[in-house]
Design a protein around this ligand. Structure first.
Ligand code: TLP
Length: 345
């Protein structure tokens, strides 16, 4: 059976154009900095994010980890949302490998952190306290429903952090989705921050990789950290070739995924027993709550949908997540809505 896989946009497979480019990619040893395709990808990523340099890394998790470790020493404190991917889903890497201490603040429903909360969390110089070194923002904010942070908010948060000598790292795993949703250039959202990671392998469809971007000095330091983590790869141009298409071509079509997410949300919200956890989606994620009137548990509901050839994610006791992407067409959306109607009985 051909599945409709809505569990994540990480499930996207490379497009035929990517596979061709991968086969034809010019390669070299990237640890020597000699892979022309990786170099081209890094320059393109830096240019798109408005930074001096970029570094190809194997995942978003690695990009965020290296980003945090570049900005912080052991014992330093990093401020981030209690729903931040770096806090929830990166296996505690910043603490395990960097001795960095997370200070979490409540994410607001719109994905932001209150500026007042950030200001209050910043430590003054005192021998009792860890040093506040970094603020991490996430755009789009995954666990807030794929919420989009505006350029205005980003600028305000960065201005506040810089006033207290904190750097700002942006987990921009889906920053191209955020830019598409707002109808702005990615640079407007990444320009103010000191460093940003974005993913090639989510909605942009590349099979592997993310890019970490920042100043030349920052990326020089990041390169050493990537080596320490065993992430220095050799003929990675075969992967970077897909990444270039991800940025140049696939970033232009994300509005389609967002429109399908809205249609899916609207269709399911009209079925009795199901409601939108975060209102209408602003990007490619749909979070649905299931009322007790529906006789299934979340696990049973997922198993039922699976029988209909539909895979979705569970993200709470009776909450589901669905993510639209390149391989989800209009028909898949309608089939999913119909399958939810059957669940409602
Ligand atoms: N998110 C995945 C899961 O890990 C939850 C998903 O399916 O959404 N930042 C953000 C905001 C992310 O959503 C993810 C992946 C990452 C970083 C990590 O990227 P990878 O998986 O490449 O390490």
């Amino acid at each position: 059976m051909e599945f409709i896989d809505l569990r994540s946009d990480t499930v996207t497979k490379p497009t035929p154009e990517m596979r061709e480019a991968m086969a034809a990619a010019e390669v070299g040893d990237d640890v020597y900095g000699e892979d022309p395709t990786v170099n081209r990808l890094q320059e393109l990523a830096a240019e798109r994010t408005g930074k001096e340099a970029g570094l190809f890394v194997s995942s978003g998790t690695m990009g965020n980890l290296i980003g945090v470790l570049c900005h912080c020493e052991r014992g330093d404190e990093v401020i981030m949302g209690n729903l931040a991917h770096t806090f929830l889903f990166e296996a505690g890497g910043i603490s395990a490998l960097g001795g960095v201490f997370p200070h979490t603040l409540p994410n607001q429903p719109d994905g932001t952190l209150n500026l007042i909360d950030i200001q209050s969390a910043i430590r003054m110089e005192d021998v009792h306290f860890p040093k506040s070194k970094l603020l991490v923002l996430e755009n789009t904010q995954n666990r807030c429903g794929g919420a989009v942070l505006t350029a205005e908010y980003t600028g305000q948060a960065v201005e506040l952090a810089h006033r207290y000598h904190l750097a700002v790292h942006l987990d921009g795993a889906r920053i191209f989705n955020a830019a598409a949703a707002l109808g702005v250039d990615v640079k407007e959202l990444t320009g103010p921050v000191d460093s940003v990671t974005f993913c090639l392998s989510k909605a942009l469809c590349a099979p592997v990789g993310s890019v970490l971007c920042g100043t030349k000095d920052f990326i020089y330091k990041a390169r050493r950290l990537r080596k320490q983590l065993g992430g220095g790869t050799r003929q990675a141009g075969v992967l970077a070739a897909a990444g270039i298409i991800a940025i140049e071509t696939m970033s232009k079509r994300l509005g389609e995924d967002h429109a399908r997410a809205r249609r899916l949300a609207e269709g399911i919200a009209n079925i009795s027993g199901f409601s939108l956890a975060f209102g209408m989606p602003s990007s490619n994620m749909v979070f649905i709550d299931m009322a007790p009137s529906v006789k299934y548990s979340a696990q049973e509901a997922v198993a039922k949908l699976m029988e209909d050839g539909i895979k979705i994610g569970i993200s709470g006791e009776r909450r589901f997540r669905m993510v639209t992407h390149y391989w989800i067409n209009d028909e898949a959306v309608e089939r999913t809505i119909n399958a939810f109607s059957r669940l409602a009985g």
